[in-house]
Design a protein around this ligand. Sequence first.
Ligand SMILES: [Mn+2]
Length: 329
Amino acid sequence: MRFLFFTDLHIRGNNPRSRKDNFVETLKAKLNELVEISINENIDKVLFGGDLFDRPDVSISVVKDFIKIIKNFPTPILCVIGNHDVYGQNPNSVNRTILGLLEELKIVEFLDHQPKIFYTNNGKSIQVTGSNYYYNVDGKDKSAYIVNKKFADYAIHVVHGFLLEKPFNNEVNYTLIDDIAPFTAADVTLAGHYHNGFGIKNYCNKYFINPGAISRISNALSEIRRIPSYVIIDIDSHINTEIRPLKCAQIGENVLDREKLIIEHNKNILFNKFVHQITSYGNFELMKLENIISEIAKHENISEIIKNEALNKIALAQDLISKEEVNLE
Ligand SMILES: [Mn+2]
């Protein structure tokens, strides 16, 4: 049996800030190439790692254009739900989303912990399971990543979560391959969500694969060096895995605006510095800016006048932001 896996397509109707090309047309070309590969190379099942859509309510006209292409895949796409596909990163809201509609129309099929079983030509069985993204998927409880039992000769598990090979120097939760490799019964774990990807890793005689997002959408400088790729998994009497770059994908410099990425990169550094400074003062409830300002003022003996000026500026900024958000809709 041959599987094709790709992840994080992020279908949307407009251009991300950092893109120089026509993003929608680029996405269509990529999907068309994946359809062609699926047909020409006799792919039995197409697997997808979540974030098919950039937001849960992508416009009907855009969705219609993409359905035309997705329908050309030889079989429905077996997928998990990503954080961008749904409202509030909550998979329970899927029935109100475009992805939920596609599932109802049988254009995609959802994977869950209940295995789907398929058979190879030589009588071997393969189970496929999946885990959606949900709040705290990367918390202490790693059950989204763990297949407890094998009902078949081989097990494939698809998950949308922050799976990494090496620790990440950030405040966000993540899951290391080391945390799950000894415990999962899956022979192949396919992950989406982390757009950089980490390629193919083999731990405890099990494969852990993230080819990276099929579209370069995040404002990270590293995206310039990355060529979007997909995975072919061949299972017969043993497992063969291969990562291949998309032929139609252009080099990063052609589609991404380096200057804009550098601006975003520097903004992120400043923001992280700011957060670090704040947290070094003590234990604050980060969301309550007014409290943070008051605490810092107290700590640094800053005068009432300056403190109040800062509070007023923040109130004004918040007002502006809320107006802008309304305009964007
Ligand atoms: Mn994503």
